[in-house]
Ligand binder design. Sequence first.
Ligand code: AMP
Length: 399
Amino acid sequence: MPAFKTLDDLTDIAGKRILVRVDLNVPVTDGKVSDTTRIERVAPTILELSEKGAKVILLAHFGRPKGEPVADQSLSLIAPSVEEVLDQRVAFASDCIGAPAADAIAAMNDGDILLLENTRFHKGEEKNEAGFVAELAKNGDIYVNDAFSAAHRAHASTEGIAHHLPAYAGRTMQAELEALEKGLGQPTRPVVAIVGGAKVSTKIDLLSNLVTKVDALVIGGGMANTFIAAQGINVGKSLCEHDLAETALAIMETAKTAGCAIVLPVDGVVAREFKANAANETVDVTAIPADAMMLDVGPKSIELVNDWIGKAATLVWNGPLGAFEITPFDKATVSAALHAAEQTKAGKLVSVAGGGDTVSALNHAGVADDFSYVSTAGGAFLEWMEGKELPGVAVLTKG
Ligand code: AMP
């Protein structure tokens, strides 16, 4: 990955207007922010810039308002939580461009923090429209992007604007990029990837990329059934995409050519119902009863997975090994998570995990803080695992 500029390269910023793209797309229940993790993640960048005397102007989107103002997707609803997390006054402007933004910025003192209204209230945001980009850029002297989670989109506030202003990575973006570099960019070998979750169809690009980069790919979860079935084994009523048999075989072939070991479950925990504490039994994958479904990988497979984690210097993980939301089918995911956490704490493993359910699974195992890095970025993390260039990152690393 080419070098990118960070806040360490920003000197003499007192009085400068710094437009900071942050992720404030937080969950809201009954009009209240129910999880402030994303706000906490961007707080260090905001506070550092404010302490250095910059005028900190926050740009963010919230929800999917489709280019028009929508009352319940106004960032004014989030502003109080931002104030609370930062423990600083945060002013609010009712538009991210035009007079409301200009007037609020003119009223700022050095070190002040201002939140501009949802960028997606304008059609130009998602279209990365030149006129809108210029309007946004007019409000700042410097641009800082701290929203890795939005970096897979070439929008005005994530990509376009960086062509107009000197652009820097914020602290969270920096930490994410450095962790990802250690995960797949320049990893210490051997590198093992664990990919689980429901379906192969949502992760074809990801699997195809990983087999060319890692030394071993452990496949678990529902998607393992598709690989097992592709080899002519009957998987009963297990979740399985039979139409993707050829895709699965092609991925295995690519892996073979690239020298990547594919590790599939050898046994599984099967049940007749998809519900907590459903009656279950452990069988070899070659003996799945016709009326049963595999909901977790079995003890022999857990041992295999943990052996691979033990051999790895770097681990990249997306997706649970089983239906971890319902006991006892969380066993394999929890066991592998605990083992990876132990290895990481012992300094033997760099562990990078992310993507939707993976974060909940690691939280469920109680080890999210023990991994080297857990990305909450979702789509952007998956696109990175797919080996795609993220426009919001590319623009920080070019020129
Ligand atoms: P994904 O979003 O693709 O990472 O999939 C996560 C979902 O896969 C979770 O909700 C799990 O319950 C589900 N899952 C994992 N293993 C299985 C399995 N063997 N059968 C059915 N669903 C599974």
